[in-house]
Design a protein around this ligand. Sequence first.
Ligand SMILES: [Zn+2]
Ligand SMILES: [Zn+2]
Ligand SMILES: [Zn+2]
Ligand SMILES: [Zn+2]
Length: 1215
Amino acid sequence: MNALDELGKAHPFIQIAVSIFKAGLTLELTRRENDEKVIALNLTMCDMMQTLTLLKQVVNVKEPGPGGLSIEDRLKQRLGSIIDSIKRCAKVCDSYQKRPTAVKFFTSTKWQGKFTQVAQQFADHKAGIQFDLQIHASVGITTANVTLTAMSTSFTELNENVSKLMEVVFERMRTPEERDLSALVAKEAGGIDAVLKNDKLLEEVLAKQKAGPRKDKDERGAKKRAVPGQTLDAVLTVTDLRMEVNKDVEQVLADNKFFDQKFEAMKMQVDEVKVEIRHESDRVIDTILAGPHERIVDRDLYHVWKEMGWKGSVKAKHLVMALRDHFAEGSHAALAAIRVITQQKKDGSDPAAAAQAMEEIADIASRADPHASPEDEWALQFITVLRIQPLIEALDDDVSSFVTIAEANAFTAARPQKWSLPHWIAYWTYGFEMTVQWYFRRIRKVISEITQATVEALPANRKIIGDFISSWTVRWIEDFLSGLRDVEQWDSTDWESDVMFLKFKDYVVENERKLEHNLRGVKYYLDETNTLSIVAGSGRPEKYVMPLIFILLRRSLYIVQQAHTVTLHMGELAVIQYSLMILTDAIWDRVQTLKAVHKLQNLDDKEQMKKFFFGLYSFAFEEPEISDYWKRDPDDDANMVNDLPSIPPAPTSDGDSESQQGDLPLFHGPTTEDIDLIVDPTFDDPTSPHPTVAHSLVGHWSGSYAYDDRDGDGLVSFTVSSHDVNGAIVGSGTDAFGPYVVHGTLDDNRLTFVKEYLLPQYGQKVMWRYEGVVSPDSDSIRGQWGPTDVDWKLVVYGEEPEQETGAKEEASSDVSAQQPKAEETTTPAAEVPEIRVDEAEDAHSGEDANEDHDDDGASDAGTAVSGMTVGYIHGTFFLTRRPVEYLISCPPDEEFAANRPRALWKLALNATLRAVQSRTLSWGLLSARRKQRQQYVELLKRRQRGPWRGQDVEDAQEWAQLIKGIHPGDLHLWRCIALYQLRRDVIHDTIYCDACRKSPITPTRFTCMNCSEDAVDNSMDLCIQCFSANRHVTRDKKVHHPTHNVIQYRTMKWRVYRHPTFSVGRDMLKWAEDQLQLSQARSAVQTTVGDTAGSSGLHCVVCKTSITAPPYWCCLTCNEDSAVCYACNERMEREKEWLYLRGTFAPNGTGPHNWSHTLISAPGPEVITAETDQEKAGTIEERIARVEAKLDASNLKLDARLAALEDLLRAVLAR
Ligand SMILES: [Zn+2]
Ligand SMILES: [Zn+2]
Ligand SMILES: [Zn+2]
Ligand SMILES: [Zn+2]
């Protein structure tokens, strides 16, 4: 590298290639784990760049050679393509490494090809460079000539056959996982192809990758989530795997769009002229080394090291103690020594002795210099035994408990230019803790601001923001922060003017600015650990974790604020979530290292974690305990810190300082919801045009499609409007995703068409390619569908597997005979004209096609050559030349199987009935449709939350049954309604009902205050049904009773708010009780005295009726203390206002009470549960009796009551 750097300086024209080369290489070297194959590829790149160093021997690069061109001219011509190759190499490596292990394994042949291609480019460039140099060598650069020949021979062998080289590389350098996989494949007859067809085996493969070394932290409702350290394979399904395996490598490269950004960020970092910071106290290192200490740069450290007689490394604790002694006592000791010398020589007038004394004093002074400096005096007080722990952590980067000379030098070199060593040490013993405490408050402030901003967000963004808040990565931040020790000790610190903090603040703020600048460079997206090290630098995460969390959350705040006016794109907050996940990965690694060290040293891990990094790692991956953290109100923290004045633009040379100011705009344009796109749902032309050609497809069709692993989205209707003599067909139709058009060709019985939706989905134009076979009577079409841009081919089911060679021969003859269209990717098996067509009268729906799926798999076996050519297919489809009404009215297959005539009769009846109904639009039909729609919307919402797996069989069956009976025109509208609701639903993700185990709870969550008092995670929660039914719950040793006080949430809440909410809740209950007692006492007075004051007491803030006894609710959100009656709250539940309204429209949460407010219940003393009527009557009678008794008593003891009232009034007023 250094040689190349020098070369770049000497010959500026190659500098750009050098820096791009360095960027590419650094990217690979900073990766956490590197694949040896990638390293091998990078070596071929290094080899090529090595050839450039031969330039050194060229005396004058500008001297024209044969043909009039100088070496510089010649090389310049090559440079462009060399740079392209380097970039490509980096992209190939990056994309390859990002593939999940299983995918890498199954696609290894493809990647081997790509690697070979890149390596070949490097070999070509190398040969080219050598050629250029040799031309000049022949003219007379003799020295170069010699070296050239030597070099070219040494590498010829390698370059002779690049493809052979890569073959060997891919064969030998397999990762252990890949070796395991190939052992598995070897066991299976038929090799890779057979494994790829075998669902069970693939599940196994994925399960093995999932099992990884890391434990699943979040057990509650975390089934579909990645967890720190989980491999990429963990979230992969068999379908995904097949799809990924079949993706073309070029496609993978094209999809890796983020790479260019990342590469640019890396290049910027490499290009940044690394100014060697020289500190005043730095020593000039002698070239002749006397001992290990001679390599130490800092003067103080050098003296300490030398005096102690240490070798290459020293125990961290000893070093820190010695430094403390050196600084704390050094200045005094030096003064004392000087005093001794001056006293000794005072009387002597010998000039030689005086000169010697001067020399001695100078020596002492120079040694003592930095620590004697008065401006560092303040720092010394912080270098004490009590504060050495963070200093040890800073010096001992790898937690080996030893500090090497390299670590010591790195430590001193890292300090800001103007800081002395004592200043730097004081930063670590004191300033760093201040910094962490400062960030702690600033992070909690952002959390509080996000919470407030969430209230104002458009309803359409509710789910997106809710998902973010309840994601485990964001929850992790709270767990992590809850470990911080000694928080209260810093509560009174004034972060703006604290004298000590100001000594460090500039440095801290500058670091934050750099970090933010880098994060912007990659658009806040940390896709991998190596991007994290580009952004935050390598080394221990303690240095950057707090500011990084802060900046990422501040970005989230900005996004949530934008959500007030814009419908957010799903990706906007997901990026932050992903980046946080990469951060937790780095911390996971760090914590594992620490654990291992503790184990090695026989230390109590829990105790050590409490000490290390101020305890912040204590709960990072452990169940958090209830602590002061959870009881602090984030809003209080928000008052302790101010916002920084907007950070000034960085003095960068790239001139984009403009983009430094203010927040970067949202990365995705605002989303338009599907429901806003509906224009005209009626698309079908009921009058089918007449056929114009024989076997014409013109006319009305209907049918359905299915996915590989589940049922489809419902019925499809479709009209072919033209079918010309050349086989070109044009049509249009509608399905659940709205209207679409179709263009395609019919070639013999093979139909290929592209279905293009007219409305964008998630902001994108969507197209699918369909390939099918038309039945001989042109009455039905069956086939498969998939993406348009991926190379897949139709496989016709019902085919017997054939011998590989046989299929190939057949293929060549068939292909030539049928002259397939250019865009068709037909295949041998697909050409076979015979297909099994079921009885025409049988109705076929999505499930049917699904059942055929296994057959499809089997038929692939013979035709696939390497396992790579089997196309990825999204699913199957079926179309029949019938009106949609036919399919809707059709009884299920089982009925046909059981009794065919009766089923046909039923079909006729159903169809007639529907026809009659649709003309009369009876109430019965309307309400049936309404029910059907509700069912559809509910099921679709559940389906959207995650693909159905084994546990949701009932849902899947219900869905399959339901979608068979819905008209495509309705389907689209209903789907839009479901998606509309989905974005707005209040979903308490990760929370389940402790009574009925339903998860997630939606939309209203009831958390018992009495049972959740000492819980961080395992709060006692109920769903609306269980709460309304007054259910008792027993969990662990806790028994929840309906008389407990319950908090009602209709918004997503960060966990940090739970306990502060409890304490506000308690205050409110007390207030309400007082109000009740007051009015009770008053009314007692009134009954006798006849007073007319009436408006006091407790009233429902909504309906204004007076509340005289529990049960009632108290609102914790309304600015005024207010109560709500049960009836009003239940009405809000029924009216589902959250689907249309924001939490509040008024700023600062003022304004009338609404559905989003958090309430606390004051349940009645005895809640009427599901008892028998007699028991119920009993309790009511009892209550009446008690009230009467009370009244009697109050009448009897009027005087006493009046006295009590006075006391009570005084008490209330005093509060
Ligand atoms: Zn429940
Ligand atoms: Zn309870
Ligand atoms: Zn009311
Ligand atoms: Zn309210």
